[in-house]
Design a protein around this ligand. Structure first.
Ligand SMILES: Nc1nc2c(c(=O)[nH]1)N[C@H]1C(S)=C(S)[C@@H](COP(=O)(O)O)O[C@H]1N2
Ligand SMILES: [Mo]
Length: 333
């Protein structure tokens, strides 16, 4: 039996009771179909879920939380890359290295039930059901630019919670200097993990310095465009670190570990000259094989390439530049 967080807060303790009750009745008003496959917030591929017509506890909770969030913040779709691009042009090597592979190969990926193991230098280590981790939090929407190291970019409206608000519940100790994340390792479900030609090793590992992880921009996404995350975008929970190249934003997280020493992350291990630990978006530090001065904002085509200059820290310098004061960012790339 997985251990649960001792802090058993419910949403009605953190929300005004009347708001909570009206959300409840709103949801009831929709009848059974709101929790089933007709719901616009759930992906309609029947094979991709648990086989229970009404979904399990996790999907129901995510549905409810995302729905109630959107009543308050309308999604600003005008600023965003169309959903269709963001959910069909993906990097998720576990499901193949082509941009269209993840959508195709992750259709049956099982993301409910989902457990996250928390380990290392903290007082709250244990294995948790994802719904127990999410339950006490009110979700929020964050519209962030996503800049891939391959020089394309998108703008995505995520739904989720600040990384800090989850991490602090595990009571990290003062010797926790970094936080390390791992993606699921399951070669039966993830054909890319069986490939003999993969550019990277599995499980996929990423990490942040503790002060980066606790910066207000660091975010855990459970949804995007007002819906539960599509499998190809890292369901059911993924990191979003908008001032760093996209590969830091690790998908489908099953492990969070507080550590003293700087972890070796997946892309550093694969090619340390090309991919550093920090990987902050930086137009003046080129990739050894291409320039990082500009980016192709999707959607883009040969007729309308939509090239724009890349901004330092992907435009989030006001929020994050203090983290790197005094560091030579050509050396610490
Ligand atoms: N586990 C895992 N996480 C991953 C990747 C991956 O291959 N495996 N690709 C990364 C890269 S290179 C990018 S650009 C983003 C893409 O996220 P998106 O498909 O949601 O746009 O996910 C990142 N997270
Ligand atoms: Mo990327």
């Amino acid at each position: 039996m997985p251990k649960k967080l001792s802090r058993n807060t419910h949403e009605n303790e953190v929300t005004d009771e009347s708001v909570y009750l009206s959300r409840r009745s709103l949801l009831k008003g929709f009848g059974g179909s709101i929790l089933g496959y007709h719901s616009p917030l759930l992906y309609s591929d029947k094979s991709s879920s648990t086989g229970n017509e009404f979904g399990s506890e996790l999907h129901q909770m995510l549905f409810q939380k995302i729905k109630s969030r959107l009543k308050e913040d309308a999604i600003k779709l005008a600023e965003s890359t169309p959903f269709n691009y963001a959910s069909s042009y993906n990097n998720f090597y576990e499901f193949g290295s082509g941009k269209s592979d993840p959508k195709k190969n992750a259709k049956k990926f099982i993301t409910d039930p989902w457990e996250v193991s928390v380990q290392g230098e903290c007082d709250g280590a244990g294995t948790y059901h994802l719904e127990d981790l999410v339950r006490p939090h009110l979700l929020e929407e964050r519209i962030y630019r996503l800049r891939c190291v391959e020089a394309w970019s998108m703008v995505i409206p995520w739904v989720g919670l600040p990384l800090l608000s989850l991490l602090k519940r595990f009571k990290p100790r003062s010797n926790a200097k970094y936080v390390k994340f791992e993606t699921l390792y399951d070669p039966i479900q993830m054909p890319g993990q069986k490939s003999l030609f993969s550019a990277i090793e599995y499980p996929y590992v990423e990490a942040l310095r503790m002060d980066e992880a606790t910066n207000e921009l660091s975010f855990l996404a459970l949804g995007m465009y007002g819906k539960i995350l599509p499998n190809q975008n890292g369901a059911p929970i993924r990191l979003v670190v908008p001032w760093k190249y996209g590969f830091k934003s690790i998908k489908s997280i099953v492990k969070i570990e507080f550590v003293e020493e700087r972890p070796v992350t997946t892309w550093m291990k694969s090619n340390p000259r090309e991919y550093g630990f920090y990987s902050n978006v930086n137009p003046s530090v080129d990739h050894p094989r291409w320039s990082q001065a500009t980016e192709r904002r999707l959607p883009s085509s040969i007729f309308s390439p939509n090239i724009r200059p890349t901004e330092m820290f992907n435009g989030y310098g006001d929020e994050v530049a203090y983290l790197y004061r005094g560091m030579d960012l050509k050396k610490f790339y």
